[in-house]
Design a protein around this ligand. Structure first.
Ligand code: HEM
Length: 490
């Protein structure tokens, strides 16, 4: 364009234009250079400001996901921590992320700066559980729900479930006898599910509960499937079951409302409905349903997995099993003398068994980490965590750090005779989203161990040691065992 324009001018004007063109060109060049240095400076400043933590982002798109799910998690996290320090970046499940393995930094994410890091889940999980469930929220709605759920699972309420949970155990354990092989995880899932049902709906379950249980089981099968919504897929069946569950729960809520019976013994549903009636909150019926499903979901596989690890740890550590049995036999003698079942106060006397549970929660760290997402660019311990990046406080790495738990790979319940340093022990999370069901989970483990250790002995079938995901880390094969009644009882 420029050359065309020049050649069309009169001849006498051309020398002048040539000089002016040179001047303009030099001037433009200078301007460009200035612009270049300005942009370069800005860029350098920007890079400095946006200093990301060290680490590797792995392969394009898949990042380090394959490594995370094929290596032992201790190896995956520890090699990176050793190489890069307590805060490092990675790329898993299609997302850039920052992994955090110091108690102080984890506390900053979960407690001090929790408003900058929102909980985050894949959209398919949100659809299945229900988008109004507590896990997915922050702010006022979350606080309102948390207060209600927490009060429904407070020790003063949970203690009223001891007899109902004991009844479940007593009906359930004899079904383990006379089987050549028991898959511990599958059986513990059944037990934890029954307990979750009474904690969600109350100790006296209505007849329609069978239908609700059936639908929940279809939902659960699809939960860890690929989120492909085509006819016939597990995901598709789960989504249909979820819709039907909504309807079933809506009918149950209407029925309970119609009966006008006291909600006192109605589990979490009773709590949420009476708060609704007393206008203590303005929860809708569908918000209540999502949270009922959410709590059953949160209470179920988690507790079942820890129970599975408990049996594994006791079988691997016979002297600990002996001590637990002795403690439980002492309590059992008292029950026989007084001709009664277990009470809450009895469970408070199970000190050694409680430490075994604490140590199992530490060493198994079934939730190796949790997910948060930076809601804005966050300056964090000298680094920048860009908006939208996932942030993963690594509970497992902290629980397995020799700095806080000497000889961390040793199963040693006595370490809990001393309270761990603050924020180093987080099996139930920390901060606003910490677990409201911890007392219930521990109670159901204590009641189970009381009857199991005093009545049965078990041995592992097969010699396969190792771990797998089911969906949390579990002993290989879900811990196949053979169970038999003890010959001599006190
Ligand atoms: C041993 C069993 C359990 C373990 C290890 C466990 C662990 C956890 C952890 C680590 C969190 C925090 C997650 C996060 O910060 O992102 C959590 C949250 C939660 N847990 Fe549990 N849990 C267990 C059993 C239960 C039970 C029995 C219930 C039933 C009441 C329950 C209900 C919940 C709920 C509703 C939340 C979400 C709280 C919120 O977002 O504010 N959990 N759990």
């Amino acid at each position: 364009m420029q050359s065309l324009h020049l050649s069309s001018l009169p001849a006498f004007e051309q020398p002048f234009l040539t000089i002016s063109t040179i001047l303009i060109s030099v001037f433009s060049l200078l301007l460009l250079l200035l612009l270049f240095f300005f942009v370069l400076q800005q860029w350098c400043h920007q890079v400095d400001k946006r200093r990301l933590p060290p680490g590797s982002m792995g392969w394009p798109y898949i990042g380090e996901t394959l490594k995370l799910y094929t290596e032992h998690p201790n190896t995956f996290f520890f090699t990176r921590r050793k190489r890069y320090g307590d805060i490092f970046k990675s790329h898993i499940l299609g997302c850039p992320c920052v992994m955090i393995s110091s108690p102080e930094a984890a506390k900053n994410v979960l407690v001090n700066q929790a408003h900058l890091f929102k909980p985050t889940y894949p959209p398919s999980k949100e659809k299945m559980i229900g988008p109004q469930a507590i896990f997915f929220h922050q702010g006022d709605y979350h606080l309102k729900l948390k207060k209600l759920i927490q009060s429904s699972f407070a020790p003063s309420v949970v203690k009223g479930s001891v007899s109902a949970i004991e009844e479940i155990v007593l009906n359930f354990l004899p079904t383990w006898e006379n089987h050549a092989l028991i898959c511990t995880l599958q059986e513990m899932k059944k037990y934890a599910f029954e307990v979750a049902m009474i904690s969600a709906f109350g100790n006296n379950l209505e007849p329609e509960m069978e239908g609700i249980k059936h639908l929940y089981q279809i939902l659960e099968k699809g939960y860890n499937s690929m989120p492909m919504n085509f006819p016939g897929t597990l995901f598709n069946k789960a989504m249909k079951a979820r819709k039907q569950l909504n309807e079933a729960l809506r009918r149950l809520i209407e029925k309970r409302r119609g009966n006008r019976k006291s909600h006192n013994d109605g589990g979490l549903l009773g709590f949420l409905m009476s708060a609704q009636e007393q206008k203590l909150n303005n929860l809708s019926d569908s918000q209540i349903s999502d949270n009922i499903i959410g709590v059953i979901f949160a209470a179920h596989d988690t507790t079942a997995t820890v129970l599975t690890w408990l049996l594994k740890n006791l079988i691997d550590n016979p002297h600990v099993l002996q001590s637990v049995t002795t403690e439980q036999e002492g309590i059992q003698r008292k029950l026989v003398e007084e001709n009664r079942g277990l009470t809450w106060d009895d469970t408070r006397q199970m000190n050694l068994t409680s430490r075994v549970i604490q140590e199992t929660l530490r060493i198994a760290s079934i939730l190796s980490f949790t997910f948060r997402e930076a809601v804005e660019d966050v300056e964090f311990e000298g680094y920048i965590i860009p908006k939208g990046w996932k942030v993963l406080p690594l509970f497992r790495t902290i629980h397995h750090s020799a700095d806080f738990f000497p000889q961390p790979e040793k199963f040693d319940p006595s370490r809990f005779e001393v309270t761990p340093r603050p924020h180093t022990y987080m099996p139930f999370g920390n901060g606003l989203h910490s677990c409201p069901g911890s007392e219930l989970a521990k109670l159901e483990m204590l009641i189970f161990l009381h009857h199991f250790t005093t009545t049965y002995r078990w041995k592992v079938i097969g010699d396969e040691d190792g771990i797998e995901y089911g969906p949390f880390l579990v002993p290989k094969g879900g811990l196949p065992i053979e169970v038999r009644r003890r010959k001599c009882k006190p």
